[in-house]
Design a protein around this ligand. Structure first.
Ligand code: RBF
Length: 212
């Protein structure tokens, strides 16, 4: 049955096989978080993202998500750069090599060089904010959503907004496909996995000036 609510399917089945995606999740409301993370991972894999290219990191609560996403994106650039440097260092070109093995005429051992891992193509930030009796809910929702938007605009890496902001436990459970009674709901983590592959693929295409 079609509804007017929710995301509509794309006509394109995006291929995630060359993508690297990070999931950063909070640990508050863990049962719901775990279901959402599993849903996101399942859809990433369904779209071809390799398990080795899915990196999962956790933070205490949703308030920490924007900072962590920013650092994880920055760290992936450092990691990619570091591997290239290792690779160049390992080539040992020329006779002035400081490697003692080379000076003695023995061929330097071929270093094992890790395959360079590229920077993340997308990050999924997952948190569950349940309205309590304090004003924290409003403050955290507001600042986290603004900050996650800022991270993606500042870094140029799509950040998928996987933060549930709900009034009670029941709503949270239903949005993770864990609803009790008649309505199990729908696991929104699945949508976030698909959104990550779509946005990462499109960001690459747009970056190459391709629009068709
Ligand atoms: N973090 C969440 O991810 N979800 C919540 O529902 C949530 N509720 C909180 C309520 C209060 C009163 C406080 C003080 C914190 C809450 N946090 C929650 C944690 C917050 O995101 C953060 O981890 C901590 O405030 C430490 O910076």
């Amino acid at each position: 049955m079609s509804t007017i609510k929710g995301i509509s399917q794309t006509e394109v089945a995006y291929d995630g096989s060359s993508l690297r995606v990070a999931i950063v999740h909070a640990r508050w409301n863990r049962v719901i978080i775990d279901a959402l993370v599993s849903g996101a991972v399942a859809k990433l894999k369904e779209r071809g993202v390799k398990e080795s290219n899915i990196v999962i990191q956790s933070v205490p609560g949703s308030f920490e998500l924007p900072f962590a996403c920013q650092k994880v994106i920055a760290g992936s650039h450092v990691q990619a750069g570091a591997n290239v440097t290792d690779l160049l260092g390992g080539l040992n070109i020329g006779s002035n090599s400081p490697n003692p093995a080379s000076r003695s005429g023995t061929p330097a051992p071929v270093p094992v060089v890790a395959i360079p891992s590229g920077p993340f193509d997308a990050v999924i930030a997952i948190g569950v904010l349940i309205k309590g009796s304090t004003m924290h809910f409003e403050y955290i929702c507001e600042s986290v959503s603004h900050a996650l938007m800022r991270v993606q605009l500042d870094t140029g890496v799509p950040v998928i907004f996987g933060v549930l902001t709900v009034l009670n436990d029941q709503q949270a459970l239903e949005r993770a496909g864990l609803g009790e009674g008649g309505n199990k709901g729908h696991n929104h983590g699945e949508d976030w996995g698909l959104a990550a592959v779509e946005m990462a693929s499109q960001t690459r295409r747009w970056g190459e000036g391709k629009f068709v």
